[in-house]
Design a binder for this molecule. Sequence first.
Ligand SMILES: [Zn+2]
Length: 443
Amino acid sequence: MVRVLLLIMSVLLFAVQQVSAFEVIYPSDKKNVTTNDYAFFVGKAKSAECLTINGHSVPVASNGAFAHSVKLKEGENRIVLRTAYGIQVYKFYKSNVTEQPIPTENFSPVKAYVKNDNTPLRSTPVDAGLNRLSHLFEGTELVINGSKGSFYRVFLSDKTEAWIAKAHVTLTDDTFQPAEFMNMDSERFKNAMIQKISFNKKLPYTVEDGENEIIFRVYNSELGEESVYNINIPKPEKYSYSVNLEQGTYTFKVWRLPEDKNEITVVIDAGHGGSERGAIGCLGDEEKNINLKIAEYTAEYLKNKDINVVMTRECDADMSLNDRVNYARENKADIFVSIHLNSIADIPMNVHKNRGTSVYYFNNNAKQLAEAIEENVTHYAKTRDDEVRTASFAVIRPTDYIGVLVETAYMTNPFDSVLYRNDKWLKKAAKGISEGILDFIKK
Ligand SMILES: [Zn+2]
C-alpha cells in the first residue's frame, strides 16, 4: 500500500514538474538572509500561466521574461510564486541593522602625509557620491584636526574643511612649517592654457568647475589662516583638464576638444567581461556579452564616419576599471563612452518605469555628450527616456577626457529583454550612441 502511494506521489510530482514551465533565474537560492528592503525576482514563465507572486499578478513579456520585487518585513518572509501549473516558495530572513550615529571628534591639529596618488579629498565624510573635491598626490602635506568614523577632517583654510579616509594618510608629530611660494607662470596655446604654481613642498588643492572657468585652489594650510591661491582658467565650450604635481609644482591644464573630427579619438568601452558577468537578465542573459555586441556595432558605425576609434576590450576578457582608464589615456582619448545595461535590486521594481535608456556623467564637461547620446538612443532604438543623471563611476571620473556611461536598457526589465535579445535592436542602439557622439562633436 505504502509502495503504491509512493509510486502515485512520484508520478504526480513528475507530472507537476513537466507542466510547470516557470523558472526563477534570480535569486539562485530558495533560502536567503538579507538586510535589503526588497526581495527581487527575475525569471521566465509562459504568459498564459498567469504568474502571481504573493498574490500579485505579475506581467510576463512576449518572450516569457518577468521581474518583480516584494517589500520585506523584518524577520521571516515567505514569498510564493504561483502559476496555473506550479508553485515555488522562497524564504527571506531580513535582519535589522540599526546604525548608530557616529560623533565627530575634534582634536588639536596634527600633520599628515597622503600615502598614494589619486587619493580622493571629499566635502563630506562619506565614501560615495559626488563629494570629491580633488584627487591628491602622494606626499601632500595636510593639517588634520578631527575625525568621524573612518575619515579625518582636513583643515584647508579658515573657510574650508574637507575629509579624507584614515587609511589614505599617515599621521606624524612633525612640526608645522608653512610652504614658501616660489613662482607662478602661464602659457597660452591655440587650444590649451597651462598655469603653473610652485612651492617648496606639496600642498593640497581643490577644483571647482565653474560657469565660465575652472578654478583651481591651492591651500597653504599650515599658515593656520586664510591663505588660498586661486588659479582661474577660462574654459571653452567643449573641454578637458588635468592636474599634475611634481615636487611642489602644480601644472593645471585646460584644453578644448579638437574641432576637426579626424583629430578626435573616441574610446568605446564594453562594460564588464571575463569572470565579471555584469547584470543577469530575466532569461539568464549576461550583460557583458550584450555590452560587447553594442560596443562592436558602435565602433564599426563610428569608423565608417571616419572617427578614430579604440575599444578597451574586443573579446570576453577580464579588465579592471583602472586598466580601462589607463588604456584610454595611453590612446589619448578625447571622448570615452562606456556601454552597459542597467539592473535594479534593492528598490521596488516598476516594470513600466525601470526600463529604457539612461546616460551618466560625473564631470560637467560630459553633460552635453550625455544629453546628446540620451536623445539619439531613445530616438533610434525607441527606448523609454530614463534620463541623464550624475554618478561616480570610476571610468567616467577622469577629467582629461569627456566620459559618459550609457545604460542602454535594463537587463532586469522583461520588456527590455525583448529588445536586447534582438540583433537589429542592438544595431539601432549602437547607431543612437554613435549619432549622439557625432552630434556632440558637430555642435
Ligand atoms: Zn554594467
